[in-house]
Design a protein around this ligand. Structure first.
Ligand SMILES: Nc1nc2c(c(=O)[nH]1)N[C@H]1C(S)=C(S)[C@@H](COP(=O)(O)O)O[C@H]1N2
Ligand SMILES: [Mo]
Length: 562
């Protein structure tokens, strides 16, 4: 595109600013995908910091204190904006000037990025993507601001007919009002007042199309915004995962003995006693997993307490650390369903923290809130009755996985997750069930959710075909905080047969069971299971749906014996 100085200066500056925003947004997005520190604005900032003479640095710290980095970044962005506006004006004069300026600018970014410690060739991607996107935006916006028009009359000759001809016809009627707000005409230029106002660029005729530019600018800003927000979210993920990787878990005051071999029959196809973190079921309402940096995390305990408490992650790690084997279970687990898992949790006593805060006598509910605003309502008496209720930060020897609540979650043995197991927990309000409601209560679920005694057949699989002869039937049973005393199996509605139980370290975990003497005869067979807990209660065969407080019934499978 050729020169034309008739585009008002605000418009050419806008073209530059929007292109600059696109550059920043796209490079943030690509940096989020590739490597957050390869975001060129930050790389340039870090280089500026490194190149700043010490006295100036000290002055900046003295003057701006903790916000010195913010001030520096704001300064860089301001300079960037000024340069972008200038590039826009150059590009309107001649697109090549704008593109050349952009390239020079990209070079600074590339040098800054490549000279950072630990950089690699991939680190140039965010800069290149940003500059490339800005070049595209610049070209497009200039085209949207300047449309070729048909010559209305002599002395101008139409040269339109290029790619923009169709758009120009539609845009031409819009140019009158736009131009009237434009800059004064240059000496020597003139046009008949009866014809659409046009501008000349070389031999070409162009009109400033304000609506076209503003539409394009809006699109550019939207693109930059979406890309930037997505990029930030992606970088946050990398930062949190780095912070998680940097955590050394403290040692428990009284480490639990290693699990005895007898807890796990080690039968292929049977749920292992300890569910590996990667296989642990996940249930939550989070569309995007909350990224909570432990350095920013605090837990506030307030409401009906004598001394409100605010704990940092470091505070938590300084308390007496305990371990507990607890089987977590979801109220939405259908009979025979997969939403259950067992882990060795590491954390601090929730009851202990609450005692420090001083829970008032008439409080009966803990309303815990997660970083993303989800809530659970947990009975105070259950948490305080001596069971291993935890603010957990470790799971099976690892820092809590991000999707399982990093940095801190609640674990309360014996209660379904929806009333107890708040992940990414940041706030606990001590209150009353008659004053507050947690997330799932108004959605049709009971305010209180003790786990029901249940059992599941893992082997054989429902619908499987197995060879005739000795066949292993095995599974798990649970009645957290009560304990499992017996598991029985019956085949084709025959007599109930006792199964062999694996060990369980406490009453808070599930327990494996196996029936090893089933002599399977050819044909179709149904297998049913039922558990009896340590209170003497045998699980009911009555089927109940998962709402409002958990499914009941005997897990029943059918197998074909060949
Ligand atoms: N922040 C938050 N925590 C939550 C939930 C949630 O939706 N948001 N769901 C709960 C439910 S219903 C269950 S069963 C458990 C599941 O924990 P897991 O995903 O670690 O297995 O988390 C609980 N904690
Ligand atoms: Mo759940």
């Amino acid at each position: 595109m050729q020169s034309n100085r008739r585009v008002p200066s605000w418009a050419s500056a806008l073209i530059g600013l929007v292109s600059g925003a696109v550059a920043v947004g796209i490079s943030l997005l690509v940096a989020g995908l590739v490597k957050p520190s390869a975001f060129p604005v930050v790389a340039v900032g870090n280089s500026v910091v490194d190149l700043t003479p010490a006295p100036l640095k000290e002055w900046a710290i003295r003057t701006f204190g903790e916000s010195d980095k913010t001030v520096l970044l704001a300064g860089i962005l301001l300079i960037l904006a000024a340069i972008a506006a200038a590039l826009g004006r150059a590009a309107v004069r001649d697109l090549r000037y704008g593109l050349a300026g952009l390239a020079a600018f990209g070079l600074i970014g590339v040098v800054a990025v490549l000279t950072r410690p630990g950089s690699g060739l991939m680190d140039v991607l965010p800069t290149l993507a940003g500059v490339g996107a800005a070049a595209y935006a610049l070209r497009r916006l200039v085209r949207q601001a300047l449309v070729p028009v048909e010559a209305p009359a002599e002395p101008y000759r139409s040269v339109s007919g290029g790619a923009d001809a169709v758009g120009a016809a539609g845009a031409a009627h819009d140019t009158g009002s736009a131009l009237s707000t434009g800059q004064p005409q240059e000496p020597g230029e003139h046009h008949a007042s009866s014809t659409p106002p046009v501008m000349r660029a070389g031999n070409d005729l162009y009109a400033f199309d304000r609506r076209g530019l503003l539409t394009g600018a809006l699109g550019g800003v939207a693109l930059a915004g979406v890309a930037g927000v997505a990029g930030r979210a992606l970088s946050g993920r990398a930062e949190v995962s780095a912070a998680r990787g940097g955590i050394t878990l403290p040692r428990p005051v009284k480490p639990l003995a290693p699990l005895p071999a007898g807890v796990d029959f080690r039968i292929k196809g049977l749920s292992p006693f300890v569910t590996p973190n990667n296989d642990f079921y996940r249930v939550d309402t989070a569309l995007v997993v909350p990224q909570v940096d432990p350095r920013d995390w605090t837990l506030t305990i307030h409401g009906m307490v004598d001394r409100p408490v605010e704990l940092t992650f470091a505070d938590l790690m300084k308390r007496a650390v305990v371990e507990a084997d607890v089987t977590l279970c979801c109220v939405s687990n259908e009979v025979g369903g997969p939403y259950i898992g067992n882990a060795r949790w590491l954390g601090v006593s929730l009851a202990g923290v609450l005692r420090d805060a001083g829970v008032q006598k008439d409080a009966d509910m803990l309303l815990s809130t997660s970083a993303d605003g989800w809530t659970a309502g947990t009975p105070v008496d259950v948490v305080m009755d001596g069971r291993d209720s935890l603010l957990a930060f470790g799971m099976n020897g690892q820092p809590l996985p991000v999707e399982h609540g990093f940095p801190v979650r609640q674990v309360v043995p014996g209660l379904y997750g929806y009333v107890s197991a708040t992940k990414w927990v940041t706030d606990i309000k001590v209150t009353r069930f008659d004053r507050d409601e947690a997330y799932w209560t108004p959605r049709g679920w009971s305010a209180k959710g003790p786990i029901k005694t249940e059992s599941r057949i893992d082997l054989p699989r429902d619908g499987a075909t197995v060879p005739a002869g000795k066949t292993v039937v095995a599974g798990v049973a649970w009645a957290q905080h009560k304990g499992i005393d017996a598991v029985e199996v019956r085949i084709d509605q025959g007599p109930w047969r006792q199964t062999r139980l694996a060990k369980a370290p406490t009453a808070d975990t599930w327990r494996q069971w196996v029936l090893d003497d089933w002599d399977a005869t050819p044909g179709s067979h149904t297998i049913e299971v039922r558990a009896t807990d340590a209170t003497g209660y045998t699980q009911t065969g009555d089927r109940a749906p998962i709402t409002p407080n958990g499914a009941t019934g005997w897990h029943t499978i059918t197998v074909e014996v060949a």
